[in-house]
Design a binder for this molecule. Structure first.
Ligand code: C2O
Length: 534
């Protein structure tokens, strides 16, 4: 295996999009940021040097960080932020993973412009489990605000009002011809007839689950969240923020220019956001002519498309070679997740939105939790996170009357190597919403999903323990639930949160504490010397 060195310098650049200019925080002046390439089992060293006025951290989203939580990146969870003028060396080894992941800033809303792709190739000589593509392309889907995103979220938190919606969606930084601004370009995928492409699609958007579609072309999904899947042929790909999907695309139309569209999934009409980013697929040697139009996006029945898509994803496992899903469960957890309204005397309307899990809204500490854990600093967190909701209620249908949330920096403790089943149930307090929920430090198996209330009698009968897809971020269905299982074989403190940044900012987050095991390779490694201080 190899060692890869990267220098990430955090700098501000001026950008113009949607006829509007603003300074943005970037890595090495690039937007989207540089791609990190490595192979399975390689060691990656990234020196992050902060030359902006904001604190920064970088998270390698989906990288397991086996025993190396110090390199995971979420601010105040595993590390204190890198302050202006300071630097920190992220040092981690890619264990048992290959595929597409992403990296992004993990403090406030800096992810908006500080993000990029992680491409982990299989070990040398190991082929993909699908026909070898002729070419590979990275496609990063995001959202864009004309305003400064730090101002957007800070104002929302002060007033208690929801933050402004984004002004556009973008493909590799380009909104396309949607805004009629001369500075806006369209992403163009140049293809050669008869060639097969592996598209590594990444959703880094702050606040939207997204549909991706190319007119006239079928896509074959072969991998999600850096886990291979059985080939799934589809015309629409659905990705929650933080999710990645690799698809094979065969350029089989000969000539022409075809629309590429990216548009958000609107779960309910909490806020109407129907901005579509437009790009083009263009065959080489095609003389300019108008593009072929696309069937409508989002699909007419968006909810059923998302659920069919998610249900159809299966790992490469089979009855003969079943997935390594834990078959017994040590911790049986039920988390209700959602957003509610709490009183707030300093807020504009006397109330504010709060995100909570099992009625606990997470309070960010001012000392990094992992440091507090490692050095036994008391008073930073408690380990009384409730394994089930405090009061049973009906999570769907008529919204239940709001329970005022508890606040706290509460963690849930897992013994090393224990097995966990977690039902994530949308609580629909304000309205049914979907929640793309991310777990740090692990891949988990998505063993079932459903609409309405999880039924502990009936639903376990539907579990897929043979070939469930393995992921790090799950789109919990609107007004529904997801069931996941994982083995707590990674000691440390691992963040668990909704990857819609607005919900995270409101407190829809918690963390797991996994104890060290007794064996020689079952403890968290010592912290690096240059670990930032708070
Ligand atoms: Cu991609 Cu905790 O985030």
């Amino acid at each position: 295996s190899m060692v890869h060195h990267y220098n990430f310098t955090v700098v501000t650049i001026n950008t113009t999009k949607l006829c509007s200019s603003k300074p943005i925080v970037t890595i090495n002046g690039r937007f989207p940021g540089p791609t990190l390439y490595a192979r399975e089992s390689d060691n990656v060293l990234v020196r992050v040097t902060n030359h902006v006025q904001y604190n920064i951290t970088i998270h390698w989203h989906g990288v397991r960080q086996l025993r190396t939580g110090w390199a995971d990146g979420p601010a105040y969870i595993t590390q204190c932020p890198i302050q202006p003028g300071e630097n920190y060396l992220y040092n981690f080894t890619l264990t048992g993973q290959r595929g597409t992941l992403l990296w992004h800033a993990h403090i406030s809303w800096q992810r908006a412009t500080v993000h990029g792709a992680v491409v982990i190739l299989p070990k040398k000589g190991v082929p993909y489990p699908f026909p070898k593509p002729d070419k590979e392309k990275i496609i990063i889907l995001g959202d864009w605000w004309k305003a400064d995103t730090e101002a957007v979220i800070n104002q929302a938190l002060q007033t208690g009002l929801p933050p402004n919606l984004s002004d556009a969606h973008i493909i590799n930084g380009n909104p396309g011809p949607v805004s009629n601004c001369s500075s806006d370009r369209a992403y163009t995928l140049h293809v050669k007839s008869g060639t097969t492409y592996l598209l590594r699609i990444i959703n880094v958007a702050l606040n939207d689950e997204l549909f991706f579609k190319i007119a006239g072309h079928n896509l074959t999904v072969v991998e999600v969240d850096a886990s291979y899947t059985k080939p799934l042929s589809t015309d629409t790909v659905f990705l929650g923020p933080g999710q990645t999907t690799n698809v094979l695309l065969t350029a089989d139309k000969g000539v022409g220019k075809y629309l590429i569209a990216v548009s958000p999934f609107m779960d309910t009409v909490v806020a109407v956001d129907n901005l579509t980013a437009i790009g083009f697929l263009r065959y080489k040697d095609t003389v300019p002519f108008s593009p072929l139009t696309l069937t409508p996006i989002p699909p007419i029945n968006a909810t059923s498309v998302t659920s069919t898509f998610s249900r159809s994803l299966r790992s490469l496992n089979s009855k003969k070679y079943p997935a390594t899903v834990p078959l017994t469960v040590d911790h049986s957890l039920l988390f209700t997740i959602g957003v509610g309204i709490d009183p707030c005397s300093t807020c504009t309307n006397g109330s504010k939105s709060v995100g909570a899990i099992n009625n606990v809204s997470f309070i960010m500490p001012t000392t990094a939790l992992l440091q507090a854990h490692y050095y036994n600093i008391s008073g930073v967190f408690t380990t009384d996170f409730p394994p089930t909701p405090p009061i049973p209620f009906n999570y769907t249908g008529n919204p239940p009357s709001n329970l005022q949330t508890n606040n706290g920096t509460k963690l849930y403790k897992l013994a090393y190597n224990s097995t966990v089943e977690l039902i994530i149930q949308g609580n629909s307090i304000i309205a049914p919403e979907s929640h793309p929920t991310h777990l740090h430090g692990f891949n988990f198996f998505e063993i079932a999903r459903g609409v309405g209330n999880y039924d502990p009698q009936k639903d376990p009968k539907k579990y897929n323990l043979v070939d469930p897809v393995e992921r790090n971020t799950i789109s919990v269905p609107t007004a529904g639930w997801s069931a996941i299982r994982f083995r707590a074989d990674n000691p440390g403190i691992w963040f668990f949160h909704c990857h819609l940044e607005v919900h995270t900012s409101w407190g829809l987050k918690m963390a797991f504490l996994v104890n060290n095991g007794k064996g020689p390779n079952e403890s968290i490694l010592p912290p690096p010397k240059d670990l930032p201080k708070c």
